[in-house]
Design a binder for this molecule. Structure first.
Ligand SMILES: Nc1ncnc2c1ncn2[C@@H]1O[C@H](COP(=O)(O)OP(=O)(O)OP(=O)(O)O)[C@@H](O)[C@H]1O
Length: 314
């Protein structure tokens, strides 16, 4: 997990006239004091995160703490009601949909499975961002789709119907769909859901390869702290819509994290061979009180009101 990133080739996904990352470039992702709420429900407050190109980060936290919402905001599907999110320097909520899709790909928790659609057809939809005005695939799109299917090991299923696949098989096809976007920033919402142990490891090894060989930047939500600590180089923990911890797994995965973020008493040891943190959760305990509410936002800054759109930014 700690192997250095290889030298960057041209970043994937960007149009030929868009520059790839280089020295002095803005962070791959900059989340700056972001707040967001659905109508009647405040979800994120003052969330800040700076991610370098090629980093592999696991986002962890209790159910409902705002992880998926942060990914949807980062993909430009929702608009923050406070703060800004920039991907390679561009404010995602101001980008046209296709331009955002060339920069960020999101693996959703659920698949857009139209009845009768084949795996090949679904994965090709990932090329949406590069399609011409009439929706035609361009030169090279088919090769990118095929590479995405091969990366995830689903090339042999190209003619199978998506709605006839098992949950785990569908999850891998969804990952191929996200990879087909060939975007430099990959957001994975629970990529190991439904997968057996072998395929969990295969998918996470693939994610590591994408980072080291293609210099993709990856932010992934994982519920398994052990896998997160083993595969990510950095862990970000959300609690009550705020960043509660951010750093290398060895620093972040502690009994305090188990208690304060997950409300679980437990111990943390080290894998005897590899050295990565291993959690030994004992029993649920009362969560420590949430941090005190921050002072009211200055007048004119809509940090504490729900997003009036309450949904899709576009
Ligand atoms: N479209 C929506 N409208 C209203 N509330 C929503 C919507 N989507 C999510 N929420 C609420 O926002 C909060 C954060 O949801 P989110 O899906 O971001 O949590 P999460 O950390 O990803 O949870 P999980 O680990 O269970 O997937 C939850 O309380 C959820 O009920």
């Amino acid at each position: 997990m700690t192997e250095p990133a290889t030298a960057a080739s041209k970043a994937p996904g960007l149009a030929p006239d868009e520059p790839g990352p280089g020295a002095g470039d803005p962070p791959a992702l900059a989340v700056d004091r972001v707040g967001f709420g659905y109508p009647g429900r405040r979800v994120l407050d003052e969330v800040s995160l700076s991610v370098r190109a090629g980093e592999l980060i696991a986002l962890v936290g209790l159910n409902g703490c705002g992880k998926s919402t942060l990914l949807r905001l980062t993909a430009g599907m929702l608009r923050p009601d406070a703060g800004r999110i920039r991907v390679a320097g561009a404010d995602v909520s101001g980008l046209p949909r296709r331009a955002a899709a060339r920069r960020v790909a999101l693996l959703h928790q659920t698949a857009p499975a139209v009845p009768g659609m084949t795996v090949r057809q679904l994965v090709r939809q990932g090329r949406y961002a590069t399609r011409g005005p009439l929706g035609m695939l361009r030169d090279g799109d088919d090769a990118v789709s095929r590479r995405a299917m091969a990366d995830v090991g689903v090339a042999d299923w190209a003619d199978r119907h998506v709605d006839e696949l098992s949950g785990g098989e569908r999850q891998r096809v969804r990952l191929a769909l996200a990879l087909a976007q060939d975007a430099p920033l990959l957001l994975l919402d629970e990529p190991t859901t439904y997968l057996d142990l072998r395929h969990q490891l295969e998918v996470l090894q693939l994610v590591v390869r994408l980072r080291t060989e293609r210099r993709m930047t990856v932010l992934m939500v994982l519920h398994d702290l052990g896998l997160a600590a083993r595969f990510a180089e950095r862990l970000v923990a959300l609690r009550d819509g705020r960043v509660a911890a951010d750093g290398p797994p060895a620093d972040v995965v502690t009994p305090d994290l188990l208690r304060d973020v997950f409300g679980v008493d437990g111990r943390v040891g080290r894998d005897p061979v590899r050295g990565w943190p291993v959690c030994y959760p004992d029993t649920p305990t009362a969560l420590a009180p949430a941090p005190a509410p921050r002072p009211p936002a200055p007048a004119g800054r809509p940090a504490d009101v729900p997003n009036s759109a309450g949904g899709e930014a576009r």
